[in-house]
Design a binder for this molecule. Structure first.
Ligand SMILES: CC(C)(COP(=O)(O)OP(=O)(O)OC[C@H]1O[C@@H](n2cnc3c(N)ncnc32)[C@H](O)[C@@H]1OP(=O)(O)O)[C@@H](O)C(=O)NCCC(=O)NCCS
Length: 182
């Protein structure tokens, strides 16, 4: 399994203990966490445990999220993470996610990271299907997916009890043959 995935501007690499401060900073930012599943407040203990678990995890263990740290090639700064897990019921299918610190949004980095992740999942792991979900209010998230050619397959209305209210969800997916024909 490769450890690093590289793009023009980014290196997707394993988390290290040095990522604690930037990781904690963006996970604690209410603008970043608003539509994300982690509980708040996001504490230093939680961040330490997250990194400790990840350091020993291998990508591609069905049912377990694997997160790459996203690093800027130019500065070495850690600016976010992108992740996938293989479905337990069918490990030829994956779900993906991405998070960037607020200061690094709006520069195309999330899309660049996700494009490399898709190459890894379809090209290197040979998966059949990749899916993602997001809140319909989270426009930056569904815009990336639509710009990349993901198909919106579902719009669930207030189906998820989430941070004290019923949230809705868009679900997107892409098949390997669709990715190959882009
Ligand atoms: C979802 C999230 C990752 C999107 O980040 P993002 O930076 O908006 O996404 P992209 O990398 O696709 O960047 C696109 C923007 O960068 C701009 N951009 C600037 N330079 C660019 C470049 N070289 N290449 C591509 N786009 C560029 C685009 O024009 C676009 O701006 P627009 O949305 O105003 O049209 C980010 O909002 C985030 O981390 N949110 C919090 C976590 C979250 O909710 N994650 C999703 C959970 S499902």
């Amino acid at each position: 399994m490769p450890t690093n995935l590289e793009t023009t501007r980014l290196i997707l690499r394993r988390f290290t203990n040095d990522d604690l401060e930037p990781f904690l900073a963006y996970r604690s930012d209410p603008e970043v966490s608003r539509y994300q599943g982690w509980s708040e407040p996001y504490t230093r203990d939680m961040a330490e445990e997250f990194i400790r678990d990840l350091v020993i995890r291998q990508p591609g263990e069905p049912g377990e999220w694997f997160q790459w740290a996203i690093e800027l090639r130019a500065s070495g700064e850690m600016i976010g993470d992108c992740a996938f897990y293989l479905l337990e019921r069918d490990p030829r299918q994956a779900e993906i996610g991405v998070t960037l610190s607020r200061a690094h949004q709006g520069s195309g980095y999330a899309r660049e990271a996700i494009e490399r992740l898709m190459e890894y999942l379809f090209g290197e792991l040979g998966l059949h299907r990749v899916c993602a979900n997001c809140d319909p209010e989270n426009k930056p998230a569904w815009q990336i997916l639509e710009r990349m050619g993901f198909r919106r397959e579902a719009h669930f209305i207030e189906n998820l009890w989430f941070k004290g209210y019923y949230a809705s969800e868009y679900w997107y997916a892409m098949l390997r043959r669709e990715w190959e024909s882009i």
